[in-house]
Design a protein around this ligand. Structure first.
Ligand SMILES: *Cc1c(COP(=O)(O)O)cnc(C)c1O
Length: 367
């Protein structure tokens, strides 16, 4: 039997022609490519967490209601009264669940459902649309990386998307779209489409649409603990009108958040002030790093409300390669979209790591 024909006869053609999502191996590098928080917990907290995790019953399934963790999120993270949250194995899983819930079946006789997002934005939006069988429409940002509202409204009228994703702040650009523009997108969708405001960087932007949930039944607010300092545990959450949340919950695998994540998240949510202090430090360092970058000849710095900074340099490929030589990993987004030509995305880290990156960048620009 030929494995090639076996795969051709069984696996979807769009999956077969797709490529694997590449994550570079970062061992030995100063890792500034993935918006991780460089700080760890203070050692006494770390020990208390280790004890807590050691007592987890690994032979048992998680308690499926996830009540404790949800209650802490509702109480501490600004979820409006009467609103619940749904948890995901990272917000990546929540994006996939929403796409699966909105993708139309051929039997419904309405063609394929559409997901719409600005371009460039978070790559998992488009990937989740593909996997779920939704069409994806990307609406280019303007050259200054702001939302092109007339183009968004026109695309909504033409394509009638079931799902619109707006990352607030946007990744990989780092800016916050104007709140008034987002309100207009939500209003234009009406009862024909859902608007997901992805607030992965909320700890660094300190701006949120969470409080607007009661006024906007078609609004979904999604967040994650990843950028706040817990990327490794994979926990995302989302909130929206209860009747809508219930629909998504039908697709969620019942034990999607594992017991180790559950224990670690409960513990960290009880010590949220520690993570919030780290976020405040990083916001401060974002300012210092932006200023230092802006002083470099030939570097254009875009405003950031996130824990990363987008810059434009004369030759992004050369700078990226030179930093790799020095064991500094940043993200070259210059070929992702035409509005990002020669752009690099740099995670804000400790003053020490930022200084190593800046040294390398200076040397690369001088070469
Ligand atoms: C990093 C990021 C996420 C990632 O979420 P996980 O919870 O780690 O899966 C989601 N949305 C945006 C815009 C991001 O940049």
């Amino acid at each position: 039997m030929s494995l090639d024909s076996l795969i051709a006869n069984t696996i979807r053609s769009d999956v077969r022609s797709d490529h694997i999502y590449h994550v570079p191996d970062a061992s030995g590098f100063v890792k500034l490519d993935a918006m991780e928080n460089p700080y760890v917990l203070p050692s006494e907290l770390h020990h208390a967490l280790a004890n807590r995790i050691a007592s987890v019953a690994l032979n048992r399934y998680p308690v499926a209601s996830y009540d404790t963790i949800k209650q802490r999120i509702r109480a501490r993270l600004g979820v409006p009264p009467g609103y619940d949250v749904m948890l995901g194995n990272g917000s990546d899983e929540l994006i996939a669940i929403m796409a699966q819930a909105c993708a139309l079946q051929p039997a419904e006789g309405r063609g394929r459902a559409v997901m719409l997002a600005p371009a460039p934005s978070f790559v998992m939006f488009q990937r989740s649309a593909m996997v779920a069988g939704m069409d994806f429409v990307g609406v280019p940002l303007q050259a200054d990386l702001t939302l092109d509202l007339p183009a968004m409204l026109a695309a909504i009228a033409t394509h009638k998307p079931a799902l619109v994703f707006l990352a607030y702040p946007n990744n990989p650009t780092g800016n916050l779209f104007a709140a008034g523009d987002i309100e207009q997108v939500i209003a234009a969708l009406g009862d024909q489409g859902l608007c997901v405001v992805d607030e992965a960087y909320e700890p660094f932007a300190q701006q949120s649409f969470m409080g607007r949930l009661p006024a906007c039944p078609n609004l979904i607010v999604m967040r994650t603990l990843s950028k706040l300092g817990l990327a490794g545990i994979r926990l995302g959450y989302m909130s929206c009108a209860p009747a809508l949340l219930e629909q998504f919950d039908k697709i969620r695998p019942p034990y999607n958040v594992n017991v180790l994540t559950q224990a670690a998240a409960e513990f960290c949510l009880d010590h949220l002030e520690v993570l919030n202090e780290q976020a405040a430090l990083l916001r401060h360092q974002r300012g210092a790093l932006s200023d230092a970058l802006a002083k470099l000849p030939g570097v254009n710095v875009f405003p950031s409300a996130a824990n990363f900074i987008l810059i434009r340099v004369p030759n992004a490929d050369a700078v990226h390669a030179a930093l790799l030589e020095r064991k500094v990993l940043i993200k070259n987004v210059g070929r992702m979209h035409h509005v990002l030509a020669n752009c690099l995305r740099i995670t804000v880290s400790t003053p020490e790591e930022n200084a190593i990156m800046l040294d390398g960048l200076k040397a690369a620009l001088a070469a």
